[in-house]
Design a protein around this ligand. Structure first.
Ligand SMILES: Cc1cc2nc3c(=O)[nH]c(=O)nc-3n(C[C@H](O)[C@H](O)[C@H](O)COP(=O)(O)OP(=O)(O)OC[C@H]3O[C@@H](n4cnc5c(N)ncnc54)[C@H](O)[C@@H]3O)c2cc1C
Length: 495
C-alpha cells in the first residue's frame, strides 16, 4: 500500500493536462493542495494499525492485504466495513472522502463485465480482473466519470445535435478504440491516478456507440481536465484541519482519445447500459450511507458548539434541533446496514447492496441537507455570515472590540470562541457550504433518480395485496413477496 507521500510523488510525475483559471497546470498546483490532503488521508489511515480491520481488506483476487478503497466487497460484513471506513475517514476530512467513487465504479464494472460475458460470450471480465489486480497492487485512486454533459436533456444520445454531449466510440481498431465526448462534474479527477468511465443512462440499440466503459490514466494523451477547485481562505492564527481540505470537479474532455483494448470493458453492448449505470449509482448511494452520516455528525457537532458559544445549549428547542440532525444521520447509517444485510451476491462474486435500502438512505439525506444547514444557521444567528475578517481579531487596534464581540458565554475563552465562530463561518457561509449542499442533492444522482429507482424496485402490488386483505377484499395474504423475508443468510463464515 502506498504512503501519502508516495501517492503525491506519483501525482507530481504526471503530464500537465489540467486547466484552472486560465493556466495549464500540473498536480502540484497550490489550488489542488486541499484536494490532495483529502486523498492523502485515505493512504494515511491505511498505515494506522488501529484501523486495520476497517481501512484494509484481503484482496479477493490475490489474497494480499490491500487498501479497502481498492477492494470488491464479497459479503455483507465487507459492505458494513466499507460504510464504517467512509464514515471514519469523512469525519477526518470534514466530509466527502472522494475516493469512494472509484471504488463504486470498480464494483459496477466487476459485476457488469461478468454479466455481459455470460450473455454475449465476450471476454471483458478476465480483462477487468487483470486490470484490477494492477490497480490493487499499485494502490491507485480513480475518479468515476459517469455524468455526461448530456446536451438537450429530452433527447437520447444518438439524437443529440452535438455528438460530444455523451462520450462515444469514434472508431474501433484491433488494438483498441478511439473515444470522444465530455464527462462533467467529475470529483477528484485532477488528483486521480486513473479515470474509470461508465455510461450515465439506459441506452437503445441506436445508442450503440455510447455504450462504452474503460479505464485510462488521468494524464493520458488527448485527455484535458478543465478543473474547478474549491478551497477556503488560509487562516493566519486560528488554523484548523477543516480549512486545509478541499475538493475539485473537472470537465473531462476526451478528444479522439485512444484506449488500449486491455482497458476496454464495454464496447457497444447497449443492452447493458442501464445495468452498468445503475450498478455504479446504487453502489455509490450505499457509500452515501457512510459519508452523509459523517456530514451530519459534523453539522450537529458544530451546531452544538455554537449553541454553547451563544449559551443557549440548555434550551429545549436547541436539544430538539440537535437530535433531529443526529437522528436523521443515524437513520441513513441504519439504511446502509440494512442495505448490506439484505444485499446480493452476484455471479462475479462481488456482493452488492440492497437497492431499496441504499436508495431510501441516499434520498433521505439528499432531501434533508438544506434543513441541516438551516438548523446550524438558526442556532448560530447571523454572525456566521457577518463575522469580521480574521485580521481584525489579531490587530492591536481592533482586537479589544473583537473580544467584546466574542464574549457571550463566560465559560468559553476568547481563543476558543474565535475557533468556533471561524469554523461555523467556514462550514455554513463559504464556498464549501454550497458545495456540500449541492453535492448533497445531486451527487450520486438527483433525488428524482432515487425515486425512479425505488418505484422500479418497490413491489406496489404486494402492498396493495396487504390493503386488499385488510380491507376484506382478499381472504388470503400473499406473504411470499414481503421484502423482510429475504435477508442475507448471515453465517459466521461470511465474516
Ligand atoms: C458536487 C458534485 C460532485 C459530483 N461528482 C460526480 C462524479 O464524481 N462523477 C460523476 O459521474 N458525476 C458526478 N456528479 C454529477 C451528478 O451525478 C449529477 O449532477 C446528477 O446525476 C444530476 O445530473 P446533472 O447535473 O446533469 O443534472 P440534470 O440531469 O440536468 O438534472 C437537472 C434537472 O433536470 C431534470 N431532468 C433531467 N433529464 C430529464 C428528462 N429527460 N426529462 C425530464 N427532466 C429531466 C432532472 O430531474 C433535474 O430536476 C457530481 C455532482 C455534483 C453536484
Amino acid at each position: 500500500m502506498r504512503t501519502p507521500e508516495e501517492y503525491y510523488s506519483d501525482l507530481k510525475k504526471m503530464r500537465k493536462n489540467i486547466y484552472i483559471g486560465g493556466d495549464k497546470v500540473g498536480r502540484d498546483d497550490p489550488r489542488l493542495s486541499g484536494n490532495i490532503k483529502v486523498m492523502q488521508t485515505t493512504f494515511e489511515l491505511a498505515q494506522n494499525q488501529e484501523w486495520e480491520d476497517i481501512i484494509t481488506a484481503k484482496s479477493s483476487i490475490t489474497g494480499h492485504k490491500i487498501n479497502r478503497f481498492t477492494h470488491l466487497p464479497q459479503h455483507p460484513f465487507d459492505l458494513i466495513q466499507k460504510q464504517k471506513m467512509i464514515r471514519l475517514a469523512a469525519t477526518r476530512v470534514g466530509g466527502c472522502i472522494q475516493r469512494c467513487m472509484g471504488q463504486d465504479a470498480l464494483v459496477a464494472l466487476s459485476v457488469a463485465t461478468k454479466e455481459i460475458d455470460e450473455e454475449l460470450g465476450t471476454e471483458y471480465h478476465q480483462r477487468f480482473l487483470a486490470y484490477l489486480e494492477e490497480y490493487q497492487q499499485k494502490d491507485w485512486a480513480a475518479a468515476c466519470c459517469q455524468t455526461d454533459s448530456k446536451g438537450d436533456r429530452i433527447k437520447r444520445p444518438y439524437q443529440q445535435e452535438n455528438s460530444e454531449a455523451y462520450v462515444h466510440i469514434v472508431e474501433e481498431k484491433s488494438e483498441g478504440i478511439i473515444v470522444s465526448g465530455l464527462k462533467i462534474s467529475i470529483t477528484m479527477a485532477a488528483v486521480a491516478d486513473e479515470l474509470l468511465v461508465v455510461p450515465t443512462r439506459a441506452l437503445t440499440e441506436k445508442d450503440r456507440d455510447f455504450a462504452v466503459a474503460f479505464a485510462i490514466p488521468a494524464d493520458w494523451e488527448n485527455i484535458r481536465l478543465v478543473t474547478r477547485p474549491v478551497w477556503l481562505r488560509k487562516r493566519k492564527k486560528f488554523r484548523c484541519p477543516y480549512t486545509e481540505m478541499g475538493v475539485s470537479e473537472s470537465v473531462v474532455v476526451f478528444d479522439n482519445t485512444f484506449i488500449p483494448k486491455e482497458r476496454v470493458f464495454m464496447c457497444g453492448e447497449w443492452q447493458f447500459g442501464r445495468r452498468l449505470a445503475l450498478l455504479f449509482a446504487d453502489s455509490h448511494r450505499f457509500s452515501y450511507t457512510g459519508c452523509k452520516p459523517a456530514v451530519s455528525d459534523i453539522l450537529c457537532g458544530a451546531a452544538a458548539l455554537v449553541a454553547e458559544a451563544n449559551n443557549i445549549h440548555h434550551s429545549s428547542h436547541v436539544m430538539e434541533k440537535l437530535s433531529e440532525i443526529a437522528g436523521t444521520g443515524e437513520l441513513a447509517f441504519a439504511a446502509g446496514i440494512a442495505a448490506a444485510l439484505y444485499g446480493e451476491k452476484t455471479s462475479s462474486g462481488t456482493f452488492i447492496p440492497n437497492v431499496i435500502y441504499a436508495n431510501v438512505g441516499r434520498r433521505l439525506m439528499g432531501e434533508f441537507i438544506y434543513h441541516e444547514f438551516n438548523i446550524l444557521t438558526e442556532l448560530a444567528g447571523g454572525l456566521s455570515v457577518t463575522l469580521p475578517f480574521e485580521e481584525e481579531f489579531l490587530s492591536e487596534e481592533t482586537r479589544k472590540d473583537m473580544e467584546k464581540l466574542m464574549k457571550r458565554n463566560s465559560d468559553i475563552s476568547y481563543e476558543e470562541a474565535c475557533h468556533i465562530w471561524r469554523f461555523v463561518e467556514s462550514l455554513a457561509a463559504s464556498p464549501m457550504t454550497s458545495w456540500y449542499q449541492i453535492a448533497g442533492v445531486h451527487g450520486g444522482g438527483s433525488p428524482i433518480m432515487e425515486t425512479i429507482t425505488l418505484n422500479a424496485e418497490i413491489d406496489h402490488e404486494a402492498k396493495k395485496n396487504i390493503a386488499r386483505y385488510l380491507a376484506g377484499i382478499n381472504k388470503e395474504l400473499d406473504q411470499s413477496k414481503e421484502l423482510w423475508r429475504k435477508p442475507a443468510n448471515l453465517t459466521i463464515d461470511q465474516r
